[in-house]
Design a protein around this ligand. Structure first.
Ligand code: ADP
Length: 293
């Protein structure tokens, strides 16, 4: 049985009706997986495919999508099924008709609604991935300790193993030690986060309804999601105004933006190398200068 036939059989079992494939088209735009749009007798599905050993990455993605969807804060594709077959793993979800007109203000309001969902601790019930990098989500009562042990620390470890410049590692270690200084007057709460909110991971349906996909969910400081919206592209001024009107940000956010986005730049260094080391060093210099200001 080929992969598409196996996926159709699994969809039939889950949906309890015969599912026949009418057309299958590849979808571009993903950075980690290949993707297909499957037109079937039971409707259209979006299928992500990767190697079988990455099945747990899709299990974590399904878990995150379900967590986001269960809040009803924003539209999120419904997970239909997932599995492995013949050396591949796959995740099938509702197909979203993206490419609609942008409504940044609706997106801002909806994201604030999502962030109002609170956890008891920082972290998540399972580990997941950021890009394809493993990301630890061990629950912590203290945000600084969480950021140290589950975010900055592991990326500094990767940078060290990847042979990043010594100056980068040294600056990273100084930041690691000084982390509490960024939180003297600010106590973040554990908000439900998308966790990987760059511009490739949200869209708008034809109706203008904002949609979230491809999450790396955990409970953490909502500023981390807001920071990442501006890292590779931006949803625009109306988005930030609407978010801030719904739930104002703390003034110290501007400084912590660099702190939080450093994690993603270090992760890009780990995944892609190249000029990201220079960018990380610039960000570290800004952050360390902030401590002396
Ligand atoms: P990757 O994990 O490889 O980065 P994504 O989940 O970001 O892949 O999906 C790749 C692209 O496919 C997205 O940028 C988006 O345009 C589109 N996409 C994602 N989810 C859906 C969906 N449920 N329905 C339709 N298109 C989707």
């Amino acid at each position: 049985m080929d992969l598409i036939t196996a996926i159709a059989a699994s969809l039939s079992a889950t949906l309890k009706r015969p599912v026949r494939i009418e057309t299958s088209q590849s979808v571009s735009g993903g950075s980690i997986n290949s993707a297909l749009s499957l037109e079937t007798t039971a409707g259209r599905f979006f299928i992500k495919i990767n190697k079988a050993h990455l099945a747990d990455m899709f299990a974590a993605e399904a878990d995150g999508l379900e967590a986001l969807k269960s809040t009803d804060a924003m539209k999120v594709p419904r997970v239909i099924a997932l599995g492995t077959h013949a050396g591949f793993s796959w995740l099938a979800m509702e197909f979203m008709d993206l490419g609609g007109p942008a409504h940044p203000a609706r997106f801002g309001e909806a994201l604030a609604r999502l962030h109002l969902q609170r956890g008891d601790t920082f972290g998540w019930q399972r580990n997941n991935t950021i890009g394809s990098t493993p990301q630890c989500n061990t629950p912590h009562a203290d945000w600084v300790e969480f950021w140290r042990h589950c975010r900055l620390g592991p990326q500094l470890e990767f940078a060290h193993r990847d042979g990043a410049p010594r100056a980068l590692i040294a600056a990273g270690e100084r930041l690691y030690e000084a982390l509490p200084a960024f939180f003297t007057d600010y106590r973040p709460e554990p908000s439900l986060l998308h966790g990987d909110l760059w511009s490739g991971n949200w869209g708008f349906e034809r109706t203008g309804e904002p949609v979230l996909f491809d999450p790396a969910v955990y409970y953490g400081d909502r500023e981390t999601d807001i920071a990442m919206t501006g890292l590779f592209g931006s949803p625009g001024r109306e988005f930030y105004a609407a978010y801030d009107a719904a739930w104002p940000l703390d003034p110290g956010y501007q400084v912590r933006t660099t702190l939080y986005n450093l994690y993603h730049i270090l992760n890009h260094h780990h995944l892609f190398g190249g000029g990201y080391a220079t960018q990380a060093q610039r960000m570290l210099a800004v952050l360390l200068a902030e401590l002396e200001a």
